[in-house]
Design a protein around this ligand. Sequence first.
Ligand SMILES: N[C@@H](CCC(=O)N[C@@H](CS)C(=O)NCC(=O)O)C(=O)O
Length: 202
Amino acid sequence: MLKIYFAPFARSLRALWTLEEMGAPYEAVRVQFPPRAAQPDYLAVNPLGQIPTMVEGDVVIFESMAICEYVADRFGPTDLQVKAGEAGRGDYLQWLWYGEATLMPPVGTMVRNALGPAEGRDPKVLADARAAVLERLVLVEQALEGKAFLAAERFTLADISVAYALNLGTLLQLAPDYSPAVAAYFERMKARPAFQAAMAKA
Ligand SMILES: N[C@@H](CCC(=O)N[C@@H](CS)C(=O)NCC(=O)O)C(=O)O
């Protein structure tokens, strides 16, 4: 059975959410966070000690959005993906990657500087990262103008990618600063039964 190594609020939420959307069978294995310090035996599964990791047979993936794509391929076909040649494919790729490559770096800086060990916190770095996240969310707001979803006029993995970052923002007291459109979008994402099922596990 496909295994997902997860920790609460970690990017494993994206993988669990995708599996729940697809009704796919899986085993969720909880890892103590941060694994390097709290669960060194996990390094045998993922040498970087990062979460999530997916293992199915001899397939091992430790990039959250790659896991989502793998799961969609493995248990699909599914409307969660926008395939090559389909309308909305460009938007799909844009937001699928934006969630991890553009939104998550400053969110990660915020996590370290707001929630990490006290000696590693710098209020100026935190404020700069916060400003960067909010600036980057303006593009999300613009992309949502007149739309319920980021790509192809339906819920896709691109929404899972971006909404995960929004969800982590709640831990960072960012949510009160989301624009009305982004806040409404985030509410729509949280209302999905699969999101709630994934949150209940993670
Ligand atoms: N790009 C990777 C990033 C994975 C990542 O940074 N995971 C975090 C939790 S969300 C982690 O394990 N941090 C602990 C560490 O890096 O030691 C992905 O999308 O899966």
